[in-house]
Design a protein around this ligand. Sequence first.
Ligand code: SF4
Length: 371
Amino acid sequence: MMLSEDTERLSRLVPLLPKLWDWYRANARALPWREPSTSPYAVWVSEIMLQQTQVATAAPFYERWMERFPTVRDLASAPLEEVLRYWAGLGYYARARNLHRAAKDLLASYEGELPSDVKALLRLPGIGRYTAGAIASLAYGIPAAVVDANVERVLCRIFGVDGIPSQAATARRLAALAEALVPPDAPGLHNQAMMELGALVCSPSDPACGRCPLSDACHAARTESPTDWPRRRAAKRQVRTAHASAALFRSDGSVLLVRRAPHGLWGGMWELPRRECAAGEAPVQTAERALREVVGLRATIGAELHTVRHAVMHYAITLHVLRASEPEGDASPLDCVALRWATPRQALELPLASPQRQALERLAAMQHLAG
Ligand code: SF4
């Protein structure tokens, strides 16, 4: 049931919505996935790419992706390794793996078409309430609500929502508010306008209330500090973690690479054999253990070649790359799904997570300098 204060504010907000839609028509950014001919599949791909990625970063990836995988069928029939390669650089690779799995499901159950029903969409891997609402409303004109981070911020400020958005009760309140606002005759226009307002006007740190079409109904705009909303949890403390990779070269200049199993952080990606350093374990020991556990090789671990620092989610990762030599026996895939030898330059063509890409770029540069 809706709070009475929300009902009262809704009655002031709804008459302003046509101003919001006019503002959107006049100010929307021209983005590749906003062409009138955009297919439901393309809406889906763009929404998944935009989940953790800025619009400007996602746009060139989206265009490359749609050129290579223009339909669900093209995506479903491509090998996962190629799909990951087209995703490399966007991070959060589970999104690409889920797109690939869902494309296969769509081919098997829906002849390669995306269903318009929100419940059916929610059954596909990687599609949550937000993405399902976006596909249903943007691609099929179904009046489903969309609450992404931009909409969440706009709603929290307009309604003065004091709960933390990630908490279940507050999330339900925001979903109910978003639903109450969606017009049955133009859900796609409305949802895009709300998202764009959050992106261009009601920004996280500097909302431009003076040019906001909804300011007359906004609670936060009447306070000293609109940026006090949305309320936040105390920031998660950053976790520092160290990893070590062994760079085992052959005399022809190729280095041993392994492909991780297709799950977890960096699942399905190629890398130099790697392990996380245990408490009190020196990188040289970790690199030795990585070779032993991942490919069953014992080798001598030598000098540290370089160190890569990388932040992902709330982790601050330090990757130590150490030279390995004099292996005993043959490598076999014990804790990986494949292994191969490639020069660092060739390896850069494979799907690689960012720290491994940096490590291999430096190895390629070292080889280049050594002539
Ligand atoms: S008036 Fe200001 S705080 Fe309120 S929605 Fe508009 S930009 Fe955001």
